[in-house]
Structure formats: structure tokens, C-alpha cells
Design a protein around this ligand. Structure first.
Ligand code: PGA
Length: 263
């Protein structure tokens, strides 16, 4: 037993409209049934990060559901500043105001499409913490970097550069997502995942001491109901960041069930 509560986060990316509210209802009611069966409290923790346009409406929808809060919401990126002249950007404070509790920062699609650097990602994570959001800081190597034998080094550098000094287990999560595994149906071997997560944990220990043993490390990249339990059972894997499979309530709930079994 790691003592770390399993966490499953769905990343909807640029998918979803208000009609997706029915999917959120299905996820929330499925989680509520599971929470009732398990008794309150320490089951798997779950969140969905929809497009920012949906956070307020989905938040209101979840608040209207009877029963305990079983599903949190998050953003997919945030600007380092709280407000100002940054056309098209969204701040952590705004995400929080809309009903988010989490925010993904440094996803490889942001690093690639928007040329986000480690320093910018760290500033985003710091802004999230200031706003009272929990950042999910993403790191991961490309296929060329893995083939060159540089995966551990690349991820180590991203981790060092993107993680704020203020990171503590209660508020910060790290997600390892190899770029070549995202949306491809390919995953690293269990050994490769275990080695990477072990290395991330070691680096966090060097920087944060004992706190590192409480920090949750997620794996992301082609997690599906069929492979989730094996991945989540690995030492130092505390849950998953789920893209494609989070868009369907049945798949997302099956992955939450896999996390519960891997507990
Ligand atoms: P995937 O995406 O599950 O569709 O591979 C994961 C992610 O990008 O967070």
C-alpha cells in the first residue's frame, strides 16, 4: 500500500459541446453508485478536464446532481497571470471561478503546438497554486528521444524545469506521458513505465525529501479499460491521465474501476 489515493483524470482536449453534459451526468452517476458501494471517502478520485467553454455549465450540472461530490472539473492550460492584456488566454483564477479544481499544464500538445517552455509551464503551475487550483504537470519524451536512449534525461529536465518549489502532495500531481504513446494505441512496456516512474520519484525525493513519497504520479498515453489495471498496479503509478477513453462514460468508468482494483 502506497498510502497514495488513486487518481483518474480525463482530458477531453478540444472535444465536447454542451451536448456532452449527458456524458458528464453518466460519469457522475456511475461514480456516485461506486462511492455508495464503497462507503464514503477513500475510493478513487476522479476529474474531467473539458474544454474551458464547458467548465461553468458542467459545474452547474454537477452541482445539481443529488449525492456527494464525486467528480471534479479541471482546465487544460492556464496563463501565468491572473488577468490582463492576453487575448485568447484564460487565467487560473477564471478557471477556478468557473468551477475548476484542477488544471493540466505542460501537456505535450501545448508544448508542441504553442511552443510552451519548461519555464512557462512552471509559471503556469505557480499561478494555478496561487489561484487555489491543483496543477497536473505533464512531462514526456518523444519517440526520437527514447530511441536515442535519452528518455530519462529529457523527462528529468522537464520535471526540474516545470515543477514549482511550492509543489506539495496535497496540491500537485505529475503526469508522465510519452509523446509517442498519446492517441496512438501504443504504450511503453510495464518495465519502461515502472523505470520512468521510479526515476521521477527519485528525482522528486532529491528535491522535496519525504514529501515526494506522497506526491501522485500519473501515467498517460493510450490508457484503455483493457490495460489500465496492469499499468495502475505498477509501483509509483498512482493513476492515469486519460485522453480518448475519457470521452465515453463507460470507458472512463471502467478505467476508474481498474484503478480501484489496482489499489
Ligand atoms: P490518450 O491521450 O489517452 O488519447 O492517448 C492521453 C493524453 O494526451 O492526456
Amino acid at each position: 500500500m502506497s498510502g497514495r489515493r488513486k487518481l483518474v483524470i480525463g482530458n477531453w482536449k478540444m472535444n465536447g459541446t454542451r451536448a456532452s453534459g449527458t456524458e458528464i451526468d453518466a460519469i457522475a452517476s456511475g461514480l456516485a453508485v461506486r462511492a455508495e458501494q464503497q462507503g464514503r471517502g477513500d475510493g478513487v478520485q476522479a476529474a474531467i478536464c473539458p474544454p474551458a467553454t464547458l467548465i461553468a455549465t458542467l459545474s452547474a450540472r454537477l452541482a445539481a446532481q443529488p449525492g456527494p461530490d464525486v467528480l471534479a472539473l479541471g482546465g487544460q492550460t492556464c496563463h501565468p497571470n491572473a488577468s490582463g492584456a492576453h487575448t485568447g488566454d484564460i487565467s487560473s483564477d477564471m478557471l477556478r471561478d468557473a468551477g475548476a479544481a484542477w488544471v493540466i499544464v505542460g501537456h505535450s500538445e501545448r508544448r508542441a503546438d504553442h511552443k510552451e517552455t519548461d519555464a512557462q509551464i512552471r509559471a503556469q503551475a505557480e499561478a494555478a497554486l496561487r489561484a487555489g487550483l491543483s496543477p497536473i504537470i505533464c512531462v514526456g519524451e518523444t519517440e526520437a528521444e527514447r530511441d536515442a536512449g535519452r528518455a530519462l534525461e529529457v523527462v528529468g529536465a522537464q520535471l526540474a524545469g516545470s515543477t514549482p518549489d511550492e509543489a506539495v502532495a496535497a496540491t500537485t500531481v505529475i503526469a508522465y506521458e510519452p509523446v509517442w504513446a498519446i492517441g496512438t494505441g501504443r504504450t511503453p512496456t510495464e518495465d519502461e513505465i515502472a523505470t520512468m516512474h521510479g526515476s521521477i520519484r527519485d528525482r522528486l525525493r532529491q528535491r522535496f525529501g519525504d514529501e515526494a513519497d506522497k506526491l501522485r504520479l500519473l501515467y498517460g498515453g493510450s490508457v484503455k479499460p483493457a490495460n489500465a489495471e496492469a499499468i495502475f498496479s505498477l509501483t509509483d503509478v498512482d493513476g492515469g491521465l486519460i485522453g480518448g477513453a475519457s470521452l465515453k462514460a463507460t470507458d472512463f468508468l471502467a478505467i476508474v474501476d481498474a484503478a480501484a482494483k489496482a489499489e
